[in-house]
Design a protein around this ligand. Structure first.
Ligand SMILES: Nc1ncnc2c1ncn2[C@@H]1O[C@H](COP(=O)(O)OS(=O)(=O)O)[C@@H](OP(=O)(O)O)[C@H]1O
Ligand SMILES: [Mg+2]
Ligand SMILES: [Mg+2]
Ligand SMILES: [Mg+2]
Length: 353
């Protein structure tokens, strides 16, 4: 299967949703609410989820969707519902043919909430299931940092297509990695990138546009012969991955450069194009199960760019277990040639804890 239609729809859907998140990124009223696990959700998360699921339903009506958000808060709060609807009804791609391919807009606020709730699939090992994170790195989004709009198609539990929209990363694949995001990053010339991969077909990047898709360029991980010269990326939030374990691992590998802290799956995209080399995400809590929408697109993009992605024990991430990566703990992503060396350091640090 070439998955060209799936890739095309996923790219357009993520591109349109990014237009919405960019508007919210600039506004003073992001409407953050606290979810039951105390993590934040904004009007951008709800709006982007509605627009992307609407596109998927138009093109692939019988596919299932595992998405992060649900419409409960919108059903209970009319003000919030109206704010999200005002955004969703306005955002369109500035290219009629492209907008038509993803079905045009959502009809009304009630339909919008039903669409958001279509992301409630249990996931699993059978059939076609999309994994959607409308805003990954919501804390980064609120802080003015990196975030990503993430969409992947799994078939029988295997990731076939992955797309990441990163509005605050530079288009230039060779731009140096930077933990900081400039004041007006989102609107600045040369900012905003769409990463994509299809299984067996390699990985690409292209500029995020406001209309039709831009031309893609192939991307590849940097070849690292001396691991001590590597740049490694990790989460900004110390609650999401263990900075102390990661710093010990880096030390063990002889890495002297400070880590680049970056929110969201922008980390996967950055190492896939060789802007960084290694992404480490070691668990802080034993009981936390990583969510499939936080990894599905990035995992494929890195592997298609010549990388290897495993958990802290060296097992491939298993997306067939439901909404979480129940069979995995931690993430270790690195170029194939040095992955084993990195993994050995990970195991040794974790063993001696
Ligand atoms: N305890 C714990 N451990 C690991 N991961 C967790 C944890 N709690 C939350 N999350 C998920 O982290 C997602 C954000 O990921 P990042 O680490 O890439 O970005 S950040 O630097 O932390 O903002 C974030 O994704 P979003 O909610 O989409 O922002 C969460 O799904
Ligand atoms: Mg979240
Ligand atoms: Mg996420
Ligand atoms: Mg999210």
């Amino acid at each position: 299967m070439s998955y060209q239609q799936e890739l095309n729809i996923a790219l357009l859907a993520v591109q349109r949703a990014s237009l919405l998140t960019k508007r919210v990124f600039h506004s003073h009223t992001k409407g953050p609410l606290s979810k039951s696990d105390a993590s934040p959700v904004t009007i951008g998360d709800f709006g982007a989820q509605a627009l992307i699921i609407s596109a998927l339903q138009h093109a692939f009506a019988s596919d299932e969707i595992v998405a992060e958000e649900e419409a409960k808060d919108l059903r209970e709060n009319e003000g919030l519902r109206t704010t999200v609807w005002d955004l969703v009804k306005e955002v369109r791609l500035r290219d009629d043919a492209a907008e038509e391919q993803i079905g045009g807009g959502v009809k009304n606020a009630d339909i919008m909430m039903d669409i958001i709730d279509k992301g409630n699939s249990k996931g699993g090992a059978h059939g076609r299931i999309w994994a959607l994170d409308p805003i990954d790195g919501t804390k980064g989004f609120l802080r003015g940092g990196q975030y990503a709009v993430c969409l992947a198609l799994m078939v029988d539990g295997d990731v076939k297509v992955g797309v990441l929209g990163c509005p605050n990363l530079p288009v230039d694949d060779s731009a140096p990695l930077d933990s900081k995001v400039g004041e007006n990053a989102t609107d600045a010339e040369g900012m905003g990138v769409l990463f994509a991969a299809v299984q067996g077909q390699g990985a690409t990047s292209r500029p995020l546009t406001e209309g039709a898709l831009a031309q893609p360029k192939k991307i590849a991980m940097k070849s690292v012969s001396d691991i001590s010269a590597a740049t490694f990326c990790e989460s900004v939030e110390a609650g999401h991955s263990s900075h102390s374990d990661q710093s010990q691992i880096a030390q063990k590998l002889g890495i002297t450069k400070p880590s680049v802290r970056m929110d969201s799956q922008a980390k996967y995209g950055s190492i896939a194009r060789g802007a960084g080399d290694v992404y480490l995400r070691l668990p802080v809590r034993k009981d936390y199960q990583e969510k499939i929408w936080d990894h599905a697109a990035g995992d494929l993009i890195v592997r298609e760019a010549g990388g290897e992605v495993t958990d802290a024990e060296g097992n491939r991430l298993d997306f067939s277990k439901g909404r979480t990566l129940a069979a995995n703990k931690g993430v270790v992503a690195a170029p194939e040639a040095v992955h084993k060396e990195v993994l050995d350091a990970v195991k040794s640090v974790l063993r001696n804890k």
